[in-house]
Design a binder for this molecule. Sequence first.
Ligand code: KIV
Length: 271
Amino acid sequence: MSVHSETKAVSVPQLAQARAEGRKLVMLTCYDASFARVIDAAGIDLILIGDSLGMVVQGHDSTLPVQVEDVVYHTAAVARGARRALKIADFPFGSDPAPAQAHAAAVRFIQAGAAMVKLEGAGHKLETIRYLVEREIPVCAHLGLTPQSVLRMGGFKVQGREQSAAEQLRASALAVAEAGASLLVLEGVPAALASAITAASPIPTIGIGAGPGCDGQVLVLHDLLGIDTGHRKPKFVKDFLAEGGSIAGAIHAYAAAVRAGTFPGPEHAYS
Ligand code: KIV
């Protein structure tokens, strides 16, 4: 069962409540009103207007070219289609270098229809998380394989495999929660590490390439539908269209598998 009722929008406090009650959170990316309508009807809890739009909508090789304007545009479109799912807008690369600049962008995302904003990393971003939360803007943090770090990482690589990196990741997870984040996306990290972080985390975790031990899961919509975006599909991706039989069926099948704990399976996880 989804965290939301038929009529009411999913709220930020309901995320912690779902975790406390042991209900998995289901998140999906979306970039337009029509898909948002289908996703909302399928009872998906959270919609991420991700900067992945740079790769799956705009055709770039990374998320780096995405602009604040793009995220505002797609957030507004999604908000017109989805009334109930909680909508999270993603800060694009370079848009959150300091708290005041991040706040200016975040206000635009909220006014376009988002109820939460997502930013990658910890470190100097902790100050930004605190700044936004103190100004009533809920924040989702994103750690592990953060796609905006692709140049430093030398590609889209699993993070936290070495002990020192794993310890750093654990410390960052606690730090973003302490700074006030309400949700934490863990991307591309070994399953055992993601489970340990989830157990220690005071806030719900959402995994993508992080194994089955998180409090919820997120996938990129195009990956769930098996659409060829011109990019190599990582092992955590599953095409649900075959078993779902239709776009709505695929989204329902994904939500059911996450809630039943059957997706992701061991074949989708890193060690
Ligand atoms: O931009 C995005 O879609 C994301 C998810 C992959 C978590 O950040």
